[in-house]
Ligand binder design. Sequence first.
Ligand code: RB5
Length: 160
Amino acid sequence: MGLRIAIGSDHRGVRVKGLIVEQLRGLGHDVVDMGPEETAPVDYPVYASKVAGAVSRSEADRGILICGTGLGMSIAANKFRGVRAVTCHDDVTAEASRRHNNANVMCLSADMLGERLLSRIVDLWVRTDFEAGRHQRRLDQIAEIEAEQGTSPEGGSCCG
Ligand code: RB5
């Protein structure tokens, strides 16, 4: 069954976002493109908030975020309750982030990854299942840290 996938980028990731949207729709997933549409400079936390917020509120099963490095998006997305965002840059990180970390948001670099590699990473990431078992215990521990820290599901008042 197809996943509900929210996707967003900053200005550096707009072109790659278009390619990934096409790929995911071709695979039968329900994709919501949360922008931006233009390549005029924008701030990545705004789009990280839209996508990670949708995942946090269970409006999307997974999220994909693209910026120049994939780093800022990951930092911002991880502020949202229940979000496990990772920056992936190859097959190993894409697969392990699903098998071991049950990552629900993947962040990608538009500047450093070629189109064929990006396509492989996306394909692997959407079709790899979480292994659970001992990994679930560790995710539970992360959830406890999150509860102790009181992360807001709305991400505070920033970037509205
Ligand atoms: C924007 O210049 C750049 O900082 C952004 O795309 C991203 O790489 C941040 O982590």
